[in-house]
Design a protein around this ligand. Structure first.
Ligand SMILES: Nc1ncnc2c1ncn2[C@@H]1O[C@H](COP(=O)(O)OP(=O)(O)OP(=O)(O)O)[C@@H](O)[C@H]1O
Ligand SMILES: [Mg+2]
Length: 304
């Protein structure tokens, strides 16, 4: 399956593209996620869990699926967890989701949707809640539940929480609460996390167990791209056709990970591994902070 990416413009910096303008492969995953999400329009909330290694294509998949949800008339709002060292920012992805909603709805409409919870929810827009302040704060969670139900009545919606491996404790509590309590609402929730970040005692395990209790959960674990898709990806990224032996080499070195393929092609055939990539490959147990800064600088958001 090949689909256009609406918000991915060429940087214009160099003539060579480093990212494929089309989504390669993933047709089964896009289909499964879209079907689940769009079914929420009928008034029953759906959860979709997208996992996979760093760079495997979670954000790209979610971006495609957000586009399809919008085509189906849904509102989409995206928030991502951020890696902040020890000082986690409470509800960081929720604040981003609310700001995304504010960009798309009139302020008065959002206030109306917040209903009796407006006074509690509004401070989140300004990031004014210290971590722990509302832990287990069932009043706030109930208000957010009410907001989502009313949002779905206003217009069916897709809410994305990205990179939950970095979630602060309050966000984990909130998502667990929603997994248990969000039922009759025209809202789909997409959750993503890096499976290669989850060491045995990672705090996300408890939340994942809660989420997986949902019998309607659509769980999508993204593997590396197969040889044919990888070859198509290489064809999209490089200016000139590469010999089959080079494609084989890229397949072997990348394990089908699109981000690695991009890095290896950008580095050129004679180069060794880019430092960022060598670090990621040689230290798989380490947090994959490697080229995150480069990618953060690109400012990608799946909803965009
Ligand atoms: N199926 C695909 N077709 C074309 N390009 C892809 C595909 N999957 C991923 N890419 C590209 O590979 C790069 C990494 O993808 P993406 O950012 O979606 O990975 P990720 O799983 O979200 O990584 P992270 O865990 O670091 O957030 C991006 O430049 C993306 O555009
Ligand atoms: Mg991502």
């Amino acid at each position: 399956m090949v689909a256009a990416v609406p918000d991915r413009a060429d940087t214009g910096r160099v003539s060579r593209r480093v990212t494929s303008p089309v989504l390669i492969g993933r047709s089964a995953e896009v289909e499964a996620a879209t079907t689940a999400i769009v079914s929420a329009r009928a008034g029953r909330a759906r959860f979709v869990l997208v996992s996979g290694d760093a760079g495997i294509g979670k954000t790209r998949l979610v971006s495609e699926v957000c586009g399809r949800a919008r085509q189906a008339g849904m509102l989409t709002a995206v928030g991502g967890c951020v890696q902040t060292g020890d000082a986690a920012v409470a509800y960081a992805p929720l604040a981003e989701v609310l700001r995304d909603l504010l960009r798309q709805l009139r302020s008065a409409t959002l206030t109306e949707l917040m209903g009796p919870g407006a006074a509690e929810i509004r401070p989140l827009l300004g990031g004014e809640v210290a971590d722990g302040a509302s832990r287990g704060g069932s009043a706030l969670f109930e208000h957010l539940l009410g907001l989502l139900v009313r949002l779905g009545e206003h217009r069916p919606a897709l809410v994305v929480f990205e990179d939950l491996h970095w979630a602060d404790p309050s966000t984990r509590d909130l998502v667990a609460f929603l997994a248990r309590n969000l039922r009759e609402a025209a809202v789909a929730i997409v959750l993503t996390y890096r499976s290669d970040e989850l060491h045995r005692r990672h705090p996300l395990h408890g939340l994942l167990a809660d989420v997986r209790r949902d019998p309607d959960l659509e769980a999508i674990a993204l593997p590396g791209l197969g040889r044919a898709d990888l070859s198509a990806l290489v064809g999209e990224i490089s200016d000139e056709a590469l010999p089959a032996a080079r494609v084989d080499e890229l397949a072997a070195r990348s394990g089908g990970n699109p981000f690695y393929v991009e890095e290896l092609i950008a580095a050129g055939p004679s180069a060794g591994l880019p430092a960022s990539l060598a670090e990621a490959i040689l230290a798989p147990g380490e947090p994959a902070c490697r080229a995150d800064s480069r990618r953060a600088a690109r400012g990608r958001r799946p909803g965009g």
